[in-house]
Ligand binder design. Structure first.
Ligand SMILES: [Mg+2]
Length: 190
């Protein structure tokens, strides 16, 4: 299978790193318990322009100092040995270099990497079979065109339910869903 995989809050814990630097920038002290919005900057009362200024200032450190989620590295290696792996992140191109260095540093192997906001179009173009992501809007977009998504569970995506949205609250569950989808594809190809 060709598997598309998001980075922030899917492979790695972006929330903790964003909160750390956004707290420095704002003087507030929000914690992960305060997070109920995919768009963290809205919790700080910033508009998009304010967020862009702060993100371009702190983004490199935010991304470099994020930690992989439990078992993500180990299971990604298993998936890499059996499948085609494309990292698909909506991070801006400005952070391409730190993103690639972070993946190297954490010994995460992959076949392709794409930094793009329109993930659906990218996945259709690259013939991705399934996307692993935490973004509620991506899950909805993919479900609408009957493309499966493994939704990495986060507080802001709990409301999403659909036959083709497979919820995973850790990487062991991600792996189970992938094995199920790969077996179903194998059967369909027979
Ligand atoms: Mg994400």
């Amino acid at each position: 299978m060709h598997i598309g995989i998001d980075l922030d809050n899917t492979i790695l814990d972006a929330t903790s790193s964003f909160l750390h630097y956004y707290n420095i920038a704002s003087g507030l002290s929000l914690t992960p318990e305060d997070v109920n919005d995919f768009y963290l900057y809205r919790l700080y009362g910033w508009d998009k322009a304010e967020r862009d200024t702060i993100y371009s200032q702190y983004g490199h450190d935010i991304h470099w100092n994020s930690s992989p989620l439990p078992m993500a590295v180990e299971i990604l290696q298993e998936l890499f040995d059996q499948h085609q792996i494309s990292i698909i992140t909506a991070r801006p191109l400005l952070f391409r270099e730190v993103t690639i260095k972070w993946l190297q540093h954490h010994k995460i192997n992959y076949h392709h990497i794409t930094l793009i906001e329109n993930k659906l179009q990218a996945c259709i173009h690259a013939k991705v079979d399934v996307l692993i992501d935490d973004g509620p809007h991506y899950a909805e977009e993919f479900a609408l065109v009957n493309k499966p998504v493994i939704l990495y569970e986060q507080p802001y995506n709990l409301a999403i339910t659909h036959d083709l949205v497979f919820r995973a609250s850790n990487w062991m569950e991600v792996k189970k869903h992938i094995d199920y989808l790969a077996a179903a594809q194998l059967n369909a190809d027979k």
